[in-house]
Write a new protein. Structure first.
Length: 177
């Protein structure tokens, strides 16, 4: 059976629209960061979204309550548990067995994210495309159910295995959104 060229064009258009919907609206995740008791007082909180791209995720959001004009380590951790002031989240998410380093550096942990840079009001806003993580069910690099952590100090990008970023001051479990 052969289809008329117009029918083929409509089938192709419908397939393209369905694929676009799958990448845009249907696959996303969210992390609502809450303060830990690692420091007191601790007003650190925020919201981060994870949106599927063709290759990886767009990670975007805002973190408030940071000391003005400071830099903070920001990572995805292996376990989805924010207990014990975020320490129950384990080490950095590292399904490929990489080394700790700067975001997007060859061989770096999948959980490496760019450092948060707080402005004069203590707010860090960010949007970054991360190609080493996904939301795909069954994928080794799936971040659903893992912890997102903000650290008190800047990441030195050298100290193994975690960059000497200090206590975990905010934490959230990444959930389908």
């Amino acid at each position: 059976m052969s289809l008329h060229p117009r029918s083929l064009a409509l089938v192709a258009l419908a397939a393209g629209l369905l694929a676009g919907c799958a990448t845009m609206g249907g696959s996303g995740a969210v992390a609502d960061l809450a303060p830990t008791a690692a420091i007191t007082p601790n007003p650190t909180m925020g919201k981060v979204t994870f949106t599927s791209l063709e290759h990886g995720l767009r990670v975007a959001g805002e973190v408030r309550g940071l000391p003005p004009n400071t830099e903070h380590g920001f990572h995805i951790h292996e376990k989805g548990d924010c207990g014990d002031n975020g320490n129950a989240s384990g080490g950095h998410f590292n399904p490929a067995g990489g080394v700790h380093g700067k975001f997007a550096a060859p061989g770096a942990h999948a959980g490496e994210l760019p450092s948060l840079m707080a402005d004069a009001s203590g707010v860090a806003r960010f949007r970054v495309d991360v190609h080493s993580i996904s939301l795909a069910d069954g994928a080794a690099n799936n971040v659903i159910g893992r912890a997102l952590v903000v650290h008190r100090d800047r990441d030195d990008f050298t100290t193994q295995p975690a960059g000497n970023s200090g206590p975990r001051i905010a934490c959230a479990v990444i959930a389908k959104g």
